[in-house]
Design a protein around this ligand. Structure first.
Ligand code: NAD
Length: 504
């Protein structure tokens, strides 16, 4: 399977790829579905890192001179190439990280979408002009390319997270240096090869670079590197805390997209025919390994038993298995450590008074010895310590409430602030959740009658508190990849000072 995909992606014989094994400087990639080794990937060391960053910094000087709409044409061609390779690359995502086929291909669609968005944006990097208080003066702001951008990505979106950054950065005039997760380097090699091939063939080598290595040798070096003005890092809060501090120390910019512990509130007037499938997708999709996965369900006490009964019935129909097989809805967790984390969370929840309604164990899948677990519902009526942590697995904690303000307070009382949702047919409930005073959801994403996961690329994506505060993808997120310059132009014949100051 892997060799077919590699040849469909024109990667056969790629210099990074080698046999799996314990050779020094090689990482072994294993299948989460079977546990078997898939391939070996040659790692960067300090010298190759240095060469890559120097080349990216040099390429930046040429790339920034290319007019933005022309940069957009390069990104358009890259998007077309991802269209051509969507199925093969999507299946590689599934093979490497265990997403089901439609989610693997959906991730590549997200890359195609952000490329389209970036092409339009390449003609809309608007600055402002503003009236000056001084006669015969003009004021304006313009947005300028920033420099090489470091992109650190998590394992669970091994293609799209890079593209959110790289496609916008490219039209903004920046080069990117991507450091993917060591749990998903194959998708990174394939994605980078597609973008680099297109850009190089159009006369722009070095716009997209890739460094693959351990956090000690490559990650820490990238984060501390003063030649890289922006580090965009996606991953756990633990990683973000470290990266944020190191980047701040050198007065760099950090764009942090970190963990979530997302809740959905279900009011008593919710349309359950709509709410239940939306909650199930958000809670068990990608085997609970999305940053936006619904981990906490806050249900009005009047309907809590009914909601639990319906969810339990839906969970029993979910087919767990090979992510590339038809009909599978839940694939494996990424590795054995993730399974241990899942089992530990279930055990802790029991010890803290939670009762397991569905699941709670490893799942046995005939013929496959991968890292499968059962999607799990734990009822605890009120929050317990383990429900305030992000466990990257399909565990849904159910709490109850009687007053909507209490439900909103529960939504907000975790350290993370990524995504949230309310299901209700009441305008009052929906608007209380989105209150313009800020007294509603404290998250970067707040949905009404739509689940917490599955964002579109058009909106700015990101979260508050320990989720890191960064925004990526749509809206005006592009501004993070540029620097702002304000200019005052005196087109008169006299020196005039602002604030009426005289200095004759
Ligand atoms: P992780 O934090 O273990 O690793 C993420 C990336 O950070 C990897 O590339 C890793 O090598 C790198 N890294 C770790 N320590 C580093 C250091 N000291 N210096 C430089 N790089 C370092 O996360 P993971 O297990 O790959 O992914 C799961 C986590 O990511 C979850 O918490 C999830 O919520 C979060 N996530 C967030 C978003 C978002 O947009 N908010 C999206 C996807 C995943």
């Amino acid at each position: 399977m892997l060799s077919d995909l590699l040849s469909a992606l024109d990667l056969s014989g790629h210099p990074r790829l080698t046999n799996p094994g314990d050779t020094k400087g090689v990482a072994t990639v294993s299948s989460p579905t079977t546990g078997a080794p898939l391939a070996g990937v040659k790692l960067d060391d300090a010298d190759s890192y240095e060469r890559t960053v120097a080349a990216s910094a040099a390429a930046f000087k040429a790339w920034r001179e290319v007019p933005a709409p022309v940069r957009g044409q390069v990104v358009r061609a890259i998007g077309d190439e991802f269209r051509r390779h969507k199925d093969a690359l999507g299946d590689l995502v599934s093979l490497e990280v265990g997403k089901i086929r439609s989610e693997g291909r959906g991730e590549v669609q997200e890359t195609i979408d952000i490329a389209d968005f970036a092409v339009g944006l390449s003609r809309q990097l608007y600055g402002l002009t503003m009236p000056s208080e001084r006669a015969h003066h003009t004021m304006k702001e313009q947005w300028l390319p920033l420099g090489p951008v470091g992109v650190i990505s998590a394992f669970n979106f091994p293609n799209a997270v890079w593209a959110w950054n790289a496609m916008l950065a490219a039209v903004c005039g920046d080069t990117t240096i991507w450091k993917p997760s060591l749990l998903a380097p194959l998708t990174a090699i394939a994605s980078h090869a597609i973008a680099d091939r297109v850009a190089t063939s159009m006369g722009h080598p070095g716009v997209f670079s890739l460094v693959i290595g351990t956090d000690d040798v490559v990650g820490e070096r990238l984060v501390a590197d003063p030649r890289i003005p922006l580090i965009s890092a996606t991953g756990s809060c633990r990683m973000g805390r470290r990266v944020g501090q190191v980047v701040a120390q050198r007065f760099g910019r950090a764009l942090l997209e970190l963990g979530g512990n997302n809740a959905a509130i279900v009011h008593h007037d919710a349309d359950l025919a709509m709410a239940i499938p939306a909650i199930v997708f958000s809670a068990v999709g990608t085997a609970g390994q999305r940053c936006t996965t619904t981990r906490r369900l806050i249900v009005h006490e009047r309907i809590a038993d009914d909601v639990c009964k319906r969810l339990a019935a839906a969970y029993k129909t979910i087919r767990i298995g090979d992510p590339l097989a038809d009909g599978t809805l839940v694939g494996p967790l990424i590795n054995a450590r993730a399974v241990e984390g899942f089992l530990h969370a279930v055990e802790s929840a029991r010890a803290q008074g939670g009762s397991v309604l569905v699941g709670g164990q490893r799942a046995r899948v005939s013929g496959l010895s991968g890292h499968f677990v059962e999607p799990t519902i734990i009822r605890c009526n009120k929050p317990i310590p383990i429900s305030c942590e992000e466990t990257f697995a399909p565990i849904l904690y159910v709490f109850t409430y009687s007053d909507i303000q209490h439900a909103i307070a529960m939504n907000n009382e975790v350290p993370q602030g990524l995504s949230s949702a309310v299901f209700s047919d009441s305008l009052r409930i929906a608007e209380a959740f989105l209150s313009p005073s800020g007294s509603g959801s404290d998250c970067g994403i707040a949905n009404v009658n739509a689940g917490t996961s599955g964002a579109e690329i058009g909106g700015a994506f990101g979260g508050e508190k320990e989720t890191g505060g960064g925004r990526e993808s749509g809206s005006d997120s592009w501004k993070a990849y540029m620097r702002r310059q304000t200019s005052t132009i005196n087109w008169g014949t006299q020196v005039r000072l602002a604030q009426g100051i005289r200095f004759d």
